[in-house]
Design a protein around this ligand. Structure first.
Ligand code: GTP
Ligand code: SPV
Ligand code: MN
Length: 607
């Protein structure tokens, strides 16, 4: 084994932990990642030679690669994701809990020798700008080159992060292994992983242990594991918020800029809204982030949002020139990794929704020859060419509408918070909260149909508080209480809260609202509400646009679709009450009284 003597740091705790992890996992070599171009070239070439990556067409996707995972390793594994706190209450009723000592015993047995035949990479990284007042560092140890390459896109990593950490800085210890040791001379497989998977978090000691999966959310530990689960626990202790939110800057034709943060569950539209191309003339959107927002109070008492990430790990299907042209422009610049999409005969990528006309021939995400009429050879004609949770991993700096404020160490002042989900009925297109606690209630009771971003059934309605159900790193009751307390602290300087639903459906099953760029019409209404320029109709579920409230100029929609999309329907809300009741009851004594009081108001108003 290569010793750590040449380690590019004098940080004692880092060195000791790297030694200790190597002693447990027993890699053939240890490699400290510097984040250089040369390192990217070397590791990507190695994966191309071994067949793990396919280089894409240099003309259309320069310096980009294609990966196919095993069909059993395509999404986050919520069933195998654990919050390990001393008491079961610490993790709360929405998480899988395990005793930290027992979990470490279980996983140590799995980690024992798990990196044999492989290199152990040490990836120093920083979530958020390196020049932040309180930069949040992490070090990920992994035996996957795919993870190293992806972390280089998704985070600020390498020697610069290690230098900024200094010799005694705090860091989150992140251990990852695909769990597939190689015997002497054994040939590697394209996607090493293990049927046994554990994604474990130790919020009390700020550690992450991941085993068995190579998929993004399970393996790129800076993302969901650190920047949401561990960071939400840090944020609770330190008085800030770590949220599953996009951050966008919207400028009106008069030149006024608003910051909007929006929490939608996985695969429910954050990336698309973050890069929206407004259909309304004169409005401009700039992107700060598409998945995670860290929000802290600034000196002026307002909330400021920072995107801790450095890349997009976006849902590929549905991304096209007509839906999200800015994402298309971002990936066109190359330097990206595509996973589980389809491959064209020209060495480019394709997925459902990219183009209206499907290519005549593709290689599908399972590596089978595929045609639009017949589907894959040996499969069913209706099988999609790309997996529904196939993803592009691409540098955020390539986004043509990236905000100048993206790199700001203090972030951007938040004017509006949106909650949303994927609901075929009940939830109107847009509704404004009466005040902060009503907004917290909206977030707390937010619900959505499940998507392919996590393993399990798709299309089942579940409550997803603040779009954080899979990502709250501690007790969900304490989390809601923290939201209430943040409002008490921020008072009238807190952002205004709205609840949106782009996914309401008509009797024929089709979406009532055109979505995508047309969502700018809803954002305009929200800005007008902020300016006190537009009236609204009060309903028990919040204030909704009046009949002529939304700017629909130039919008071609059929019949009463817009009226149906925006409607508050009391009977549908009455049917929702028992579902909300059941959800809030599940918190038991941990439910904040403020949230219970808002529910009482809703029930009274509907009675
Ligand atoms: P994660 O990365 O999993 O957190 O997801 P996300 O919230 O960023 O979701 P994303 O923007 O990638 O959207 C997921 C899917 O929803 C894609 O297939 C989009 O095409 C679709 N979608 C996004 N916005 C809209 C919309 O306004 N209307 C409709 N009908 N579909 C949308
Ligand atoms: C999500 O599932 O919400 C994602 C993708 O953003 S992953 O990083 O894999 O969790
Ligand atoms: Mn996400």
């Amino acid at each position: 084994m290569t010793s750590t003597v040449q380690a590019p740091t004098a940080h004692e705790a880092v060195l000791a932990w790297v030694e200790q992890t190597a002693a447990m996992t027993k890699p053939d070599a240890i490699r400290w990642c510097d984040g250089s171009e040369a390192e990217w070239k070397e590791l990507s070439s190695r994966l191309v030679s071994s067949g793990a990556l396919v280089p894409l067409n240099e003309e259309t996707k320069p310096n980009s690669f294609y990966a196919r995972s095993l069909p059993s390793d395509v999404a986050r594994v919520e069933d195998q994701t654990f919050i390990c706190t001393k008491t079961e209450r610490g993790a709360g009723h929405t998480n899988n809990w395990a005793d930290p000592v027992e979990m470490k015993q279980t996983m140590s047995a799995l980690y024992d020798g798990c990196m044999k035949g492989r290199t152990m990479y040490v990836i120093p990284f920083c979530m958020g700008p390196l020049d932040a007042e309180d930069p949040k560092f992490g070090i990920e140890i992994t035996d996957s080159e795919y993870v190293v390459l992806s972390m280089r896109i998704m985070t600020r990593m390498g020697q610069a992060a290690l230098d900024a950490l200094g010799t005694d800085g705090d860091f989150v210890k992140c251990v990852h292994s695909v769990g597939a040791p190689l015997a002497e001379g054994e040939q590697d497989v394209p996607w090493p992983c293990n049927d046994t998977k554990y994604i474990s978090h130790f919020p009390e000691t700020r550690e992450i242990w991941s085993f068995g999966s190579g998929y993004g959310g399970n393996a790129l530990l800076g993302k969901k594991c650190y920047a949401l689960r561990i960071a939400s626990a840090m944020a609770h202790d330190e008085g800030w918020l770590a949220e599953h939110m996009l951050i966008l800057r919207l400028t009106s034709p008069e030149g006024k800029t608003y910051t909007i943060c929006a929490a939608f569950p996985s695969a429910c539209g954050k990336t698309n809204l973050a890069m929206l191309e407004p259909t309304l003339p004169g409005w401009k959107v700039e992107t700060c982030g598409d998945d995670i927002a860290w929000m802290r109070f600034g000196e002026d008492g307002r909330l400021y949002a920072v995107n801790p990430e450095y890349g997009f790990f976006g849902v590929a299907p549905g991304t096209g020139w007509d839906t999200n042209p800015n994402a298309m422009r971002t990936i066109e610049k190359g330097n990206s990794i595509f996973t589980n999409v389809a491959l064209t005969d020209h060495g480019d990528v394709w997925w459902e929704g990219m183009t209206k006309v499907k290519p005549k021939h593709l290689t599908d995400w399972k590596g089978r020859s595929w045609t639009p009429d017949e589907g894959p050879v040996g499969g069913e004609p209706e099988e999609k060419a790309a997996h529904p949770n196939s993803r592009f991993c691409t540098p955020i700096t390539q986004c043509p509408i990236l905000s100048d404020e993206f790199d700001s160490p203090t972030g951007v002042p938040v004017d509006v918070i949106l909650f949303g989900g994927r609901r075929a009925s009940t939830i109107p297109l847009v509704a404004e909260a009466r005040d902060w606690n009503h907004g917290v209630f909206m977030g707390a009771t937010c619900s959505s149909e499940t998507t392919a971003a996590a393993t399990g059934k798709v299309g089942v309605v579940r409550r997803d508080p603040m779009a954080m159900l899979p990502f709250i790193g501690y007790n969900a009751g304490d989390y809601l209480k923290h939201w209430v307390k943040m409002g008490e602290k921020g008072g009238d300087k807190m952002p205004r809260v709205f609840y949106v639903n782009w996914f309401r459906r008509g009797d024929d099953g089709s979406f009532l609202w055109p979505g995508f760029g047309e969502n700018s019409r809803v954002l305009k209404w929200i800005c007008e509400r902020l300016e006190g320029r537009v009236e609204a109709t009060e309903t028990p579920a919040g204030a909704i646009p009046t009949e002529d409230g939304l700017d629909l100029s130039g919008l071609d929609v059929k019949g009463d679709d817009i009226a149906e999309a925006t409607a508050f329907k009391a009977d549908e809300w009455r049917a929702e009450i028992p579902l909300i009741q059941e959800w809030l009851d599940s918190f038991g004594e941990d439910l904040p009284t403020e949230v219970a009081a808002e529910f009482d108001k809703l029930k009274d108003a509907l009675a």
